[in-house]
Write a protein that binds this ligand. Structure first.
Ligand code: DX5
Length: 245
């Protein structure tokens, strides 16, 4: 069990490694192989596939075959963010497609503990996601099964939405739950993350930052966008000694 010492200020901050994870949603779907190659070249830590079933969220995206087709193009790890109702039947397909980490929404299954256990039985790492209205208590009793908690900073279903800053106290509450329990668990945020919002999320305690439209909007290119987010998140998460977070 790894023990992490926190900054004592209002925002939790974090000493965990900062990771930048692009969402593929804004990419050119006609050239996905080239797009994931460009993201890997830009220095991202993982690639997130937003899987939507048209029921859990009002949008439809990637089946496992699309992800499997892109797997041989890059070596960077894949995570599947499963915005699907009752995900259990689909889990093996996303592991077979090459996803090392499966993110299940707490609101998508009656038996969250069993579903997370199922992900681990398949040999993948398990993570749980929370919609904006869902309280931290919904995951308090499954953190031992998780390597990460995803705090949605938009209502899921679409890219390009505005960051919900009122999620920052929830990010901090999740970071504290993880630390108080001594769990080795990352805190990821997703939705509206960009140059003007990443610092707030990192100061609040997030160490994994998912970004979609802000990466593709950067006129200086993907590599600049990724390193800019990483440096902003790092300085926000770990302010100089003696200065508040
Ligand atoms: C929304 C997805 C996000 C989204 C992020 O439901 O889970 O990953 O694509 O895109 P931006 O960064 O544009 O909000």
């Amino acid at each position: 069990m790894k023990v992490v010492v926190l900054n004592a200020a209002a925002g939790a901050g974090t000493d965990r490694p900062i990771e930048i994870v692009p969402s593929v949603l804004p990419a050119d779907f006609a050239r996905l192989g080239e797009e994931v190659t460009a993201l890997e070249k830009a220095g991202v830590d993982r690639i997130q596939w937003d899987v939507m079933d048209g029921r859990f969220v009002p949008n439809l995206t990637f089946g496992p075959d699309v992800i499997a087709a892109c797997r041989p193009h890059v070596t960077v790890p894949f995570e599947a963010h499963l915005m699907v109702d009752e995900p259990d039947a689909l889990l093996p397909r996303y592991v077979e497609a090459g996803c090392k980490l499966l993110i299940v929404h707490a609101e998508s299954t009656r038996h969250l503990h069993r579903t997370l256990g199922h992900v681990r039985e398949l040999g993948a790492s398990a993570a749980v996601a929370l919609n904006p209205a869902t309280p931290p208590s919904a995951v308090a009793h499954v953190l031992d099964l998780c390597t990460m908690v995803l705090v949605m900073t938009v209502n899921p279903g679409f890219g390009g939405q505005d960051y919900i800053a009122t999620m920052e106290p929830k990010i901090t509450a999740i970071r504290r739950l993880v630390l108080d329990g001594g769990f080795d668990c990352d805190v990821e945020v997703d939705g509206g993350i960009g140059p003007t919002t990443v610092s707030g999320a990192a100061t609040a305690g997030a160490n994994v930052l998912v970004a979609g439209s802000s990466l593709y909007r950067d006129t200086a290119g993907l590599e600049h966008a990724v390193s800019d987010l990483r440096s902003k998140a790092t300085s926000a998460a770990r302010p100089p000694q003696g200065e508040p977070a």
